[in-house]
Design a protein. Structure first.
Lengths: 112, 115
């Protein structure tokens, strides 16, 4: 079945860049997403990339997509303590329901 | 971006009672809404897909008679946990799909605690 995988933890120093990686399995995914979840809160859509794109940049966020390897990454430049959260990648399954399949989430900890 | 609200944000109830959670899309119409459940330090588990004006589609293993979903309008879906038990305690999150952007926007979640 479909599966989205992420490493569980990442720690970086404030001011450094963070790179969160994700692998997915559904090659027919049209959109891939990155969501941020702070403690006790819902999910905030950070950015998304269409499957025919290789890269998308939005201020401090850069998304890279390698369709051949089914690998997605999120780079956060100049990481701040406020970026500490859980980051989920997600893909939309092919099909009319447009359901999201989430990765396990990566806990990003930014150290001062 | 589009805003989705949930109400209540937290609820504590006694075992055996029913709890209703509302999910509203505030500035867009959502023909499809999704209900998720999230256990501590885990990812989101899709419970059901709710389509306006029709019956919800439940994921395997989710009891439709226990988790009643109603999507009566393009901006409101409700999840009712019937005869709640302590094992139903969880964080419930809804999302609403904005058709134009083919993007799901999430509510802030509802923390349910069943005593």
């Amino acid at each position: 079945g479909e599966d989205v995988e992420q490493s569980l933890f990442l720690s970086v120093r404030e001011g450094d860049s963070s790179v969160i990686n994700c692998t997915y399995t559904d090659s027919s995914s049209t959109y891939l997403y990155w969501y941020k979840q702070e403690p006790g809160a819902g999910l905030q859509l950070l950015t998304y990339i269409f499957s025919n794109m290789d890269m998308k940049q939005d201020q401090r966020l850069t998304v890279l997509l390698n369709k051949k390897d089914k690998h997605l990454s999120l780079r956060i430049a100049d990481t701040q303590t406020g970026d500490s959260a859980i980051y989920f990648c997600a893909e939309i399954l092919s099909g009319s329901a447009r359901q999201l399949t989430f990765g396990s989430g990566t806990q990003l900890t930014v150290l001062p | 971006g589009a805003v989705v609200s949930q109400h209540p944000s937290r609820v504590i109830c006694k075992s055996g009672t029913s709890v209703k959670i509302e999910c509203r899309s505030l500035d867009f119409q959502a023909t499809t809404m999704f209900w998720y459940r999230q256990f501590p330090k885990q990812s989101l588990m899709l419970m059901a897909t709710s389509n306006e004006g029709s019956k919800a589609t439940y994921e395997q293993g989710v009891e439709k008679d226990k988790f009643l979903i109603n999507h009566a309008s393009l901006t409101l879906s409700t999840l009712t946990v019937t005869s709640a038990h302590p094992e139903d305690s969880s964080f419930y999150i809804c999302s609403a799909r904005e058709v134009a952007a083919d993007t799901q926007y999430f509510g802030p979640g509802t923390r349910l605690t069943v005593l």
